[in-house]
Ligand binder design. Structure first.
Ligand code: SF4
Ligand code: SF4
Length: 119
């Protein structure tokens, strides 16, 4: 999914003018993409003069760090609310299952949508 790096966006509005489904609006001189409306056509990536529209892959590091922080927070919360430090590891095991499930969903989805090639 495309996203706008506010540090690079200069608010020219070109992307908002060119988006075929009006998924981009300007706020405080910055472009904001409505992910529910975006059809992933890629036009905004190609036309931004400041290269401010980024790809999903450019967020991988941040998303991984957010998942680690989320895991640490739930481990802490389990220990606190259940009153037992050993709950941390049980919570961690549940989070490992949760992220493994997400991985499986992504793998199986990829298998199925690769089969759509040529449709
Ligand atoms: S085209 Fe680029 S710089 Fe211009 S508003 Fe869109 S994201 Fe910002
Ligand atoms: S990818 Fe296409 S639909 Fe999505 S915001 Fe960019 S121009 Fe609009």
């Amino acid at each position: 999914m495309p996203w706008v790096d506010n540090d690079d966006c200069v608010g020219c509005g070109i992307c908002a003018d060119q988006c075929p489904v009006d998924a981009i609006r300007m706020e405080d001189n910055k472009a904001i993409i409505d992910m529910d409306s975006c059809i992933r056509c890629g036009i905004c990536h190609g036309i931004c003069p400041k290269n401010a529209v980024k790809h999903d892959s450019e967020k991988i590091h941040d998303e991984v760090e957010a998942n680690v922080a989320y895991t640490r927070e739930l481990m802490r919360a389990c220990a606190e609310h259940l009153g037992d430090e050993s709950e941390k590891q049980k919570c961690l095991n549940r989070l490992i299952k949760h992220f493994k499930k997400d991985k499986l969903v992504a793998e199986k989805t990829l298998e199925k949508i690769e089969a759509l090639k040529g449709e």
